[in-house]
Design a protein around this ligand. Structure first.
Ligand SMILES: [Zn+2]
Length: 151
């Protein structure tokens, strides 16, 4: 915003110099005043260029921040569909919550019950756990981090 103030100051000085040149009859003095006006207009132009660059940076930052906010809201909305549960002593996973029925006959709104890897989900990755055999029993296996969670 300082560049915009500098632009306005340069334009004010240029206007004053132009006003002062109006009443001058001496050709050399007029040329000096015109040079002063041109100098201030050049400074104003440079200030506008700088202002434009700063505005472009601000707009880019705003766009990136809006994208990040949108992604965080999407992730939070996704997290609201799951609850942290203990499937056996010390073994935690995220369990899907039943989704409210949006409308009858809308099969897209139905999602079968499932579990997510807690480690991966907390780091922003949604990985549905798969049932697998583990030693003498069963486990839920994360295909991303290779965790095997016995139950
Ligand atoms: Zn995982």
């Amino acid at each position: 915003m300082d560049s915009l103030s500098a632009v306005m100051a340069s334009l004010t000085i240029a206007k004053e110099a132009a006003s002062a040149a109006v009443g001058i009859r001496d050709h050399n003095l007029v040329a000096a005043q015109i040079a002063a006006v041109n100098d201030q207009l050049l400074k104003a132009q440079q200030g506008l260029f700088l202002y434009g660059t700063q505005m472009a940076d601000i707009q880019n930052n705003l766009r990136e921040t809006q994208d990040q906010l949108r992604e965080l809201k999407r992730m939070q909305s996704e997290r609201d569909n799951y609850a942290l549960v203990q499937i056996s002593e010390g073994v935690w996973v995220y369990k899907s919550k039943p989704l409210p029925e949006i409308s009858e006959g809308n099969s897209d709104a139905v999602q079968p019950p499932h579990y997510l890897c807690q480690k991966c989900f907390d780091s922003g990755k949604k990985v549905v756990l798969q049932r697998t055999a583990l030693y003498y029993g069963h486990a839920l296996w994360c295909t991303a981090c290779d965790s095997k969670l016995g139950f």
